[in-house]
Design a protein around this ligand. Structure first.
Ligand SMILES: [Ca+2]
Ligand SMILES: [Ca+2]
Ligand SMILES: [Ca+2]
Ligand SMILES: [Ca+2]
Length: 286
């Protein structure tokens, strides 16, 4: 590990292909999920996440560097340095990063899920968890996701159980059982779980990304996809990372090519097409 690492402006676009990506699971697992309020996708150096860090209605990138437990958040979808930097977590943290508006004040903040322990913080500062709850059975059986399932403005936990294709969503940031559960996906689902407000009605719902096929559902019920389209992006290896990139209230597709300097490919509609916004943001190894 390098003793220090910084995010800095770079004009270069990473062309190298990262071949050993593991999704954000414990250590060696292979499955991650992102989100607008999201869980991170893991790169060689950390996890990419997205959220609305400053409450302007637009989701922008963040990086969680596990080795130092440092979060690097940026407030615009452009190449540049972090606007907000702080430590939350432990050095070489094995927790899985999540993002959401836990207190409903309009600003997304971070959290870590360690096993079934969710430790959420309400400010972009170093400190102990503001909210500590237990939910789910932990990775890899349960992949954490976060979203506003009931439209009350507060993001709360959910888990996707790939073995059965079942989603378990909870409407409060407290310990307890799922308020909503349904199957969406196959038993042994290998698709990548995503969540977002696809139709802009104020409620986050779920989706799966299978290869480059985004299959999104607008209700918390079993059924076929309401929205289906292909979106990958240029490099051979990218991970899906949806968000509201233009502040219109709808979450749309994004993809990130994780690397020391990750390349982000954001699209403003849930349709097949090219990225509307492309930029680099991540760790610069130099
Ligand atoms: Ca908040
Ligand atoms: Ca809610
Ligand atoms: Ca919705
Ligand atoms: Ca949008």
């Amino acid at each position: 590990m390098r003793p220090t690492r910084s995010i800095r402006r770079t004009a270069s676009v990473v062309t190298a292909v990262v071949t050993t990506l593991a999704l954000g699971a414990p250590a060696t697992a292979t499955g991650a999920s992102p989100r607008t309020t999201g869980v991170g996708v893991q790169s060689t150096t950390g996890y990419e996440v997205t959220g609305d860090w400053n409450g302007d209605g637009i989701d922008t990138p963040g990086i969680f560097d596990r080795s130092t437990a440092t979060w690097y958040l940026r407030n615009s979808n452009s190449t540049g340095i972090a606007n907000i930097t702080f430590v939350y977590g432990n050095a070489n943290d094995t927790g899985y990063p999540v993002v959401g508006d836990w207190d409903g004040n309009g600003t997304d903040t971070v959290g870590l899920v360690r096993g079934d322990n969710w430790q959420l913080r309400n400010s972009h500062t170093t400190g102990t968890a503001d909210i500590a709850i237990r939910y789910g059975n932990g990775m890899p059986a349960h992949r954490p996701v976060t979203g506003d399932w009931n439209g009350d403005g507060i993001d709360t936990p959910g888990v996707f159980q790939a073995s059965s294709g079942t989603w378990y969503l909870r409407n409060s940031n407290t310990t307890g059982n799922a308020n909503i559960s349904f199957d969406y996906g196959n038993a042994g689902e290998s698709g990548f779980p995503v969540v977002g407000d696809w139709d802009g009605n104020g409620t986050d719902t779920v989706g799966l990304v299978r290869g480059d096929k985004w299959q999104l559902r607008n209700s918390h019920t079993t059924g076929t996809a309401h929205v289906s389209f292909a979106y990958a992006s240029s490099p051979p290896v990218t991970w899906p990372l949806p968000g509201d990139w233009n502040g219109d209230g709808s979450d749309t597709a994004g993809a990130v090519a994780p690397a020391d300097v990750s390349v982000w490919y954001l699209r403003n509609s849930n349709t097949t097409g090219v990225a509307h916004v492309t930029f680099s943001y991540g760790f610069d190894p130099s």
